[in-house]
Design a protein around this ligand. Sequence first.
Ligand SMILES: CC[C@H](C(=O)O)C(=O)SCCNC(=O)CCNC(=O)[C@H](O)C(C)(C)COP(=O)(O)OP(=O)(O)OC[C@H]1O[C@@H](n2cnc3c(N)ncnc32)[C@H](O)[C@@H]1OP(=O)(O)O
Ligand SMILES: [Co+2]
Length: 134
Amino acid sequence: MLGRVNHIAIAVPDLAAATTTYRDTLGARVSQAQALPEHGVTVVFVELPNTKVELLEPLGADSPIAAFLEKNPSGGMHHICYEVEDIIAARDRLKAGGARVLGDGNPKTGAHGKPVLFLHPKDFDGTLVELEQV
Ligand SMILES: CC[C@H](C(=O)O)C(=O)SCCNC(=O)CCNC(=O)[C@H](O)C(C)(C)COP(=O)(O)OP(=O)(O)OC[C@H]1O[C@@H](n2cnc3c(N)ncnc32)[C@H](O)[C@@H]1OP(=O)(O)O
Ligand SMILES: [Co+2]
């Protein structure tokens, strides 16, 4: 079911500072910031030869990453995104196996304009899993 790792996400308290760290200190290519109000975050992507790192900071009052940053004020690894060919088939197979799909269970459009879903971290070894249909 799983394809490539599309991105690994790091939640940060200050996206501009984290962008400077990756661009200047680490010499990486970093995209322009994308505000995603429907997801409660602003993101940039660090472009790497074999995958991407998504840096994300809260956007708005109800950001889903606010509690994470309260527990991890310096930031931290937030989720891993795997590519799938058929996100509905993946969702249905996972739900049939008892996994919790977050939100209303229907895919939303992610930062890449593709359908995404999130799976509860408690069902996947303490790791928030995002699936992106490619
Ligand atoms: C889609 C746009 C973009 C893209 O790539 O295209 C993005 O990736 S946007 C990313 C931001 N959006 C999301 O993360 C949506 C899914 N996330 C959620 O719905 C919440 O963050 C949730 C439910 C995973 C956690 O919410 P919250 O922290 O408010 O709830 P709890 O405090 O009740 O947490 C429950 C339990 O899970 C642990 N937890 C929370 N976040 C994480 C995490 N990132 N990794 C691992 N574990 C996590 C939390 O510590 C609680 O554990 P407990 O032992 O009960 O304290
Ligand atoms: Co993501």
